[in-house]
Design a protein around this ligand. Structure first.
Ligand code: FES
Length: 218
């Protein structure tokens, strides 16, 4: 896995967005001792572990290009866009099948992505522009920790994200599971496929009016 840049302060792990700002501020105050401090302590090792070949380019126009050919099937790379960690996954057929498995939707808070947490062209069952490539902002919608990626294994080929702070879990499309604190799905940034092997984060041809500042919560 790779990462361009690194957070410069704990605010990267404990950021706030539109809808949940007030609630999160209150929660952050209440849980500052065990929440954000624990979050950052756990999140930094995760980010620190993201070493490897850089495979993205930061444009002068607030976009980041990612070379998809460097990502093995079932794995992800992590790049930075607007200071946020962004997970870019190459999904296998088994991972895609898990998103539509019988009973999967019943375990999710917002299985159809009705809440504005993604552009229109990612408001679909795979929450992405093309099914085989997933792109998610890696900020837990509870209190802003960085979820870790559980890669597919022979026992569980679906893969998932788990937040190290208070136990929230998300499926491979970033959809939040019920019975855990994260109230919303992980945000999806604007994305355009430039070619079969390159995507651009920060630009949505499918939803040109999309503004990440208008989503429910980061
Ligand atoms: S920050 Fe609390 S579960 Fe993720």
């Amino acid at each position: 896995m790779t990462q361009d840049g690194a957070p410069t302060s704990s605010s990267t792990q404990c950021s706030s967005g539109k809808g949940g700002t007030r609630r999160r501020d209150v929660l952050a105050t209440v849980t500052a001792g065990v929440g954000c401090a624990g979050a950052c302590a756990l999140a930094y090792p995760f980010l620190d572990s993201l070493n490897g070949t850089r495979n993205s380019r930061v444009g002068e126009d607030d976009t980041v290009d990612v070379d998809l050919s460097a990502i093995p099937p079932g794995q992800q790379t992590v790049v930075t866009w607007r200071g946020w960690p962004v997970f870019v996954q190459r999904r296998t057929a088994a991972m895609l099948a898990s998103l539509q498995a019988p009973g999967a939707a019943q375990r999710l808070r917002d299985p159809e992505s009705k809440i504005l947490q993604q552009p229109k062209d990612a408001t679909n069952w795979h929450r992405s522009v093309v099914p085989e490539i997933g792109v998610l902002i890696g900020i837990c919608t509870h209190l802003g920790c960085v979820p870790s990626y559980d890669t597919p294994s022979p026992a569980d080929q679906s893969g998932k994200y788990a937040c190290p702070c208070h136990g929230s879990q998300f499926d491979i499309a970033g959809r939040a599971y019920k019975n855990a604190p994260a109230p919303y799905n992980l945000p999806v940034p604007p994305v355009t496929m430039v070619s079969e092997t390159h995507l651009r984060i920060g630009l949505s041809k499918g939803d040109p009016d999309f503004d990440i500042a208008n989503i429910q919560q980061i």
